[in-house]
Design a protein around this ligand. Structure first.
Ligand SMILES: [Fe+2]
Length: 320
């Protein structure tokens, strides 16, 4: 004999909803202000452009006002301008422009979030990654994978500026957050690296890019990927666009951020055109159509969550 169903006071649908509240469950069939499923990707995040020179001027002013010995980092975060956004640049990534003055040392710390730097203007600046000092100069890309100690210093003559990219919003999403200050504040330098898997020099990027063939889909004139085995959720690319290049329209589920390493041009996103020049940043949220056009020979650094999308099997892309 089967077990008798337990008696319940639920006789009507209204009773059921009351009981559901009491049991901390929610009916899957009711309509919601925020639905659980929708037909194709959509985002609260906006396509947007930040002009390096404007932010650089603000950071230069911050030089006299913010001391990195106390603030740890003198940076201005590229907060996506949709109402209510706290800090993120895309759903999964955040960028900031950062400046360090000659003679300064930014204290070391380590955290769950993976981070990288694209150096826009720097000579004599450096990072210390797990005790290894490596140069961080104009055109370089430097990685500080999650849980690696890292700090920055500057032995040059002029302020150094770079763009930070982190997956911090992904850490917020998963809530798997750790951060730790270096116990003695400044991490000692144990070695100086002539080359490092965590530093892509301007020259090494240029050499690889020279050999890259134009994209068969017409999206760029050649693209390379930067190896990031210790930062598996982030996709790092560098692509070139020759003078007069007009790329085909494209879109993908990846959230993408482009930093102009060299040149000038524009990126068309739907009805909006963002004109850019060296140091600028353009963000393209998931599934928005865009195409690049170059006014002069240009190099774009790309940061995206494409590997995360692929790992989850959420990745989809198309060209127009
Ligand atoms: Fe950090």
């Amino acid at each position: 004999m089967g077990q008798a169903a337990p008696k319940t006071a639920v006789k009507t649908l209204d009773d059921l909803y009351v009981e559901a509240e009491r049991l901390d469950v929610t009916p899957g069939w009711v309509s919601r202000e925020q639905p659980l499923f929708w037909k194709e990707p959509r985002s609260s995040y906006r396509a947007h452009h930040w002009a390096y020179q404007d932010v650089r001027n603000a950071l230069a002013a911050a030089g006299d006002l913010i001391d990195v010995a106390y603030a740890e980092r003198r940076n201005l975060i590229l907060r996506n301008p949709f109402p209510g956004n706290n800090f993120a640049t895309t759903k999964t990534l955040v960028c900031a422009y950062q400046m360090i003055l000659p003679g300064e040392i930014a204290p070391s710390h380590r955290h769950s979030a993976h981070a990288l730097r694209v150096i826009i203007d720097g000579k004599g600046s450096y990072s210390i990654v797990n005790g290894t000092k490596m140069a961080m100069e104009s055109g370089d890309v430097v990685l500080t994978p999650g849980t690696y100690w890292h700090g920055h210093g500057h032995e040059g003559e002029e302020p150094a500026y770079w763009l930070d990219g982190l997956d911090l919003p992904s850490v917020h999403l998963t809530e798997a957050m750790f951060i730790e200050e270096y116990p003695q504040k400044y991490e000692p330098i144990n070695s100086v690296a002539a080359s490092s898997p965590f530093r892509f020099t301007r020259d090494s990027i240029a050499m690889k890019l020279d050999k890259a063939l134009p994209d068969s889909e017409g999206r760029n004139d050649g693209i390379i990927g930067l190896e990031t085995p210790d930062m598996p959720m982030m996709g790092l690319t560098v692509e070139k666009l020759r003078t007069g290049f007009k790329g085909r329209g494209q879109r993908s589920t990846a959230n993408r951020i482009f930093v102009v390493m060299e040149g000038s041009g524009q990126t068309v996103v739907g009805p909006t055109t963002f004109k850019w020049s060296r140091g600028d940043t353009v963000v393209i949220p998931t599934w928005q159509h865009f195409s690049h056009q170059a006014t002069t020979d240009s190099i774009l650094f790309g940061l995206s969550d494409e590997p995360l999308m692929r790992a989850f099997r959420y990745f989809r892309s198309e060209v127009a």
